[in-house]
Design a protein around this ligand. Structure first.
Ligand code: SF4
Length: 483
């Protein structure tokens, strides 16, 4: 796909192997007696039993289980704190045949990631969330978690959790089971072998349901953290059964088939049709002749009309019934700081507004040329706002057109129309859109007749420059385009 880098290699952040000290070769990186190892085993066993390994992607969280990707021979993604359900949503939606597991701890899921989990559950995403609840922040040394029990001490609640100050422990199964969409929610425990067997069945059931595309499944696993609880592994397991399970009762909180109500489906319309941008614009196949898919990066100083130029191109695309995206990026300095925007025009739906390999770069100043020239796709075009390139600059993989747009705008009578001169040059060079569209957009947005006239002259000046100064000898056709 144009405009994107498709990365097919392993992230350098993932080492080939997880090297351990000699004495640790035969154990996990988790503390002795930690529940994560058991949790991993339950998932791995279920995937193997169900034959799902080859189409599974595990989303690892931030927390003690941040290295989960070293334990599962499946697709792995490591995400920012709390964001696992959002990443899992994207993974599952973009590959509906995959099995996606979001593996999260209590800090990750129930504190910083509360919004993600609630909305993923509420949308009924076809993912399985394994929620390891040990009622404390383990990796960072024992701070109070959202699930910390009343009166339980932590480094940030040394006298115990006080509901008057810190609120009550969050009960995620109960909270999520108040939503319509989830199909299966169960809380299980790793306190003793009998409960571990139940946990095994629950994990397997959730993954079975996901493989049947049943909907959102959620398993909360009450898990020992002997190190932070300052207990030995046996005491810690006992504490799970005798204390943790009292606050967090195990059991099935939701088990139902999702009944979706009859709903009207939105008509498939382009954005332009939805907002009425096509009204009054003649839709003829003649125009389509001059529309083509393209990705454009426009960059320069703030105040040079960089973002506006992107907006004009995007609106032109809408008026031509194309799919468009416009993504601005600028620093806090709104004037004289750097600004850039990415514009994509396509006849099919656009996957992302991000452009890593623009087909065209419009560089309104030298820093932008130097910053973005290397990103232009091989065979692409750079339109540079000067009459020549800097002496120490060269580029071989893209064609550069020096268009002194600012100087030409000055000659026309206003430096402000340099971006419109560049628009004319871009349209002439790429033939991605008809210049009649640009005129139509300007006529509907520019109220001052004098400025509108200047804009029209600027478009013509940009087109003529490319036609006469760059494409020497090209003959314009009756429609004004040179082929
Ligand atoms: S700190 Fe607690 S949760 Fe983390 S690895 Fe150790 S026992 Fe497990």
């Amino acid at each position: 796909m144009e405009g994107y880098d498709i990365i097919k290699h392993k992230s350098p952040a993932f080492y080939d192997s997880f090297e351990r000290k000699d004495e640790l070769q035969n154990q996990t990186h988790y503390c002795p007696g930690c529940g994560h190892g058991v949790g991993h085993k339950l998932i791995a066993e279920a995937l193997t039993d169900l034959g799902l390994q080859d189409r599974t992607v595990l989303v690892s969280p931030v927390g003690c289980s941040v290295f989960a990707y070293y334990y599962f021979d499946v697709g792995n993604v490591q995400v920012a704190h709390g964001r696992a359900p959002a990443a899992a949503t994207a993974l599952r939606r973009s590959n509906p045949e995959s099995i996606v597991i979001s593996y999260q701890g209590d800090g990750d899921l129930a504190a910083i990631g509360t919004a993600e989990i609630i909305h993923a559950a509420n949308r009924g995403e076809n993912i399985t969330v394994i929620f390891m609840n040990n009622a404390i922040y383990g990796m960072t040394g024992g701070q109070m978690a959202p699930t910390t029990l009343v009166n339980q001490t932590s480094t940030t609640s040394p006298y115990g959790r006080n509901p008057q100050n810190e609120g009550f422990p969050l009960h995620m199964c109960e909270l999520l089971s108040s939503l319509e969409a989830p199909v299966y929610i169960e809380r299980v425990s790793l306190g003793d072998p009998k409960n571990i067997m139940k946990a095994q069945r629950a994990v397997k059931k959730a993954l079975t349901l996901q493989s049947q595309k049943a909907g959102f499944t959620f398993i909360e696993i009450l898990s020992p953290c002997p190190t932070i609880w300052k207990k030995d592994p046996i005491e810690a397991r006992k504490w799970v059964s005798e204390v943790l399970m009292k606050t967090f009762p195990v059991g099935v909180y939701r088990e139902k088939k999702l009944e979706l109500p009859e709903c009207k489906h939105a008509p498939q319309k382009t954005v332009a049709e939805c907002i009425g941008a096509t009204q009054g614009v003649e839709k003829t196949t003649g125009h389509r002749h001059h529309t083509r898919d393209i990705s454009i990066k426009i960059a320069g100083f703030g105040g040079q009309g960089v973002l506006l130029l992107g907006q004009i191109i995007a609106e032109m695309g809408m008026r031509e019934s194309m799919e468009v995206s416009w993504l601005p990026a600028y620093g806090p300095e709104m004037r004289s700081g750097s600004a850039n925007c990415s514009v994509t025009l396509a006849h099919d739906r656009i996957g992302t507004p991000l452009i890593t390999r623009p087909e065209v770069l419009v560089a309104m100043n030298e820093p932008s040329l130097r910053k973005f020239a290397d990103t232009v796709a091989p065979g692409g075009v750079i339109l540079y706002n000067r009459d020549r390139l800097p002496e120490d600059f060269s580029i071989s993989h893209a064609r550069v057109l020096c268009v002194p747009a600012s100087a030409m705008a000055d000659t026309l009578g206003s430096a402000k129309v340099a971006n419109v001169v560049m628009l004319g040059a871009l349209l002439e060079e790429t033939e991605c859109l008809p210049s009649e569209s640009a005129i139509a957009v300007l006529e509907s947005t520019v109220k001052n007749p004098k400025i509108l006239e200047l804009d029209k002259q600027a478009i013509k000046a940009g087109r003529d420059f490319v036609d006469n100064q760059v494409r020497v000898g090209a003959v314009p056709g009756p429609d004004g385009y040179a082929y």
